[in-house]
Design a protein around this ligand. Structure first.
Ligand code: HEM
Length: 462
């Protein structure tokens, strides 16, 4: 085991640095968590599969059961199912629904910054470099460019469902049901990979990566979902969440983590959650060849995607700003020119100006929240997925299935003024910002000259 970090030492990950404190997690505490996992759902899954068999269901994609529906119908028939059901429906006494509702609004309040941060830092940087997690992801085939977009949309569907409204995350709500489905899906992934390891131990290295979808992986994922916005993403775009916003959003994910069998004590307070996120940065990020494949395919999947046709260079510029050059170089990402950085700067100026305006005007804030909610629900769930997904187990790990670097099968975009509308828009904002700043500086200089006139000859004498 590597040496523990000393209390008071300065640690860094890319351009983010912090002091190691008593709240940070020791490796001696987190390493054993790789071998802990969600046994309650594993037992329930086993029972559900036995019941499904008696009802004529099988592994055949056309005859697979809806595990959640089966759970609803049969949970009273078996002790393991009842235990699982009760755990899912028990609301912990630390849950404050008003606070969670405020947390839900945070997602839409800064939607443009949150989505950009989630994609470019959460997925490209953090997820790619989480070495154990990517080993699981590539074995389900879901990181192939052919299916990645669908999978991303499904992840956004879940995010939208758990942030839609309070009743959605309360027992029986759409977000609550989807979260239970995801928990069963994770159990199926784990069960399948472990079954393959029994007959072929080299298929997945349990000793190094731990059990697939283990407790530590879950803690890391929840931290990525809620903490990274606060310290690694939004501030780098000029948006600074308030302490109340941090408390509320982290509390929301503490509850969602609880539903997904993630130990919740790591998210009790804002300081503890921040220390958990930082501990993961230091202990869990390691770029491997699989990280490079996941990162490559992710960028390919988003490049030239209609209708916005965002370029590879824009994605790379944003990723480099949010993750730092060191990590992006390790992931073998390209180095774009200044125009792409200027476009990303335009995005940052827009989201930071909007955030300031929203703090001043609650009416604007409310309008933006509602506007983004409607827009995203219709774009992701209705148009993108053509109706809400039930998160069934589609990409079943099989011998020989492991994703490699792939192309996206698109022809590319002929460059024209309107061919990349998002980048053009952001470049316009950047140029407008430059003109405004230059004019403001000139105005200040001219006014100063009026207030404090200086003798011209003095300057010439110097
Ligand atoms: C605790 C926080 C987590 C949340 C909120 C979460 C959320 C989700 C969601 C929304 C999906 C469905 C969309 C999709 O297919 O991508 C999903 C699927 C999946 N998740 Fe997670 N996840 C978490 C943790 C993890 C971890 C730690 C791992 C692996 C180590 C993992 C591995 C997977 C896999 C392999 C699938 C796809 C299964 C398939 O359909 O083939 N998840 N997760």
């Amino acid at each position: 085991m590597a040496a523990e970090e000393a209390i008071g030492s300065i640690q860094s990950s890319g351009s983010y640095s912090f002091k190691w404190t008593k709240l940070h997690l020791l490796r001696s505490k987190t390493d054993p968590l790789r071998y802990e996992y969600d046994t309650v759902a594993a037992k329930a899954l086993h029972q559900l599969q036995a019941i499904a068999k008696t009802k004529g269901y099988s592994d055949d994609p056309r005859k697979r059961p809806d595990l959640y529906q089966l759970l609803v119908e049969t949970h009273e028939s078996h002790e393991d199912l009842e235990t699982f059901w009760k755990q899912l429906h028990k609301v912990p006494d630390w849950v404050d629904w008003d606070q969670l509702e405020r947390g839900q609004r945070f997602f839409y309040r800064y939607a443009a910054a949150n989505l950009m941060g989630f994609a470019l830092q959460g997925f490209v940087g953090e997820n790619s470099a989480a070495s154990g997690v990517v080993e699981v992801l590539v074995r389900t085939g879901g990181f192939s460019t052919r299916v990645l977009l669908h999978r991303l949309l499904e992840t956004f569907q879940w995010l939208l469902q758990v942030t839609e409204c309070l009743s959605a995350i309360q027992p029986g709500g759409a977000g609550h049901i989807s979260t239970v489905r995801i928990r069963l899906l994770h159990s199926s992934v784990r069960q399948r990979i472990l079954k393959m390891v029994e007959s072929r131990p080299g298929y997945f290295d349990v000793e190094t990566h731990g059990v697939p979808v283990n407790a530590l992986d879950n803690i890391h994922s929840i931290a990525t979902f809620c903490c990274n916005h606060m310290w690694l993403q939004l501030p780098r775009m000029g948006v600074y969440p308030t302490m109340q916003e941090k408390k509320d959003y982290i509390a929301l994910f503490r509850y969602l983590g609880y539903l997904l069998a993630t130990p919740d004590e790591y998210f009790i307070t804002v300081d503890q959650a921040k220390a958990t996120m930082e501990s993961m940065l230091v202990h869990e990020l390691k770029v491997t060849q699989t990280s490079r494949i996941v990162c490559f395919n992710f960028i390919k999947c988003l490049t030239d995607l209609p209708p916005f046709n965002v370029s590879k260079e824009f994605i790379e510029a944003g990723s480099r700003v949010l993750n730092g050059d060191e990590l992006c170089d390790q992931l073998e990402m390209g180095r774009p020119g200044w125009v792409s950085y200027a476009c990303f700067k335009g995005h940052c100026w827009l989201v930071s100006t909007l955030a300031m305006a929203q703090r001043i005007s609650p009416i604007l804030d409310q309008w933006i929240i509602e506007h983004w909610k409607t827009l995203l629900h219709s774009a992701v769930i209705q148009s993108g997925l053509k109706g809400a997904s039930k998160f069934d187990f589609k990409y079943i790990p099989r011998e020989g299935i492991k994703v490699n670097k792939e192309d996206n099968g698109r022809k590319g975009v002929n460059y024209g003024l309107l061919s990349r509308p998002v980048e053009m828009f952001y470049l316009g904002i950047f140029l407008l910002g430059l003109i405004l700043v230059t004019s403001a500086c000139a105005l200040v200089a001219a006014s100063l000259r009026l207030v404090i006139p200086y003798p011209g000859p003095f300057i010439f004498r110097i």
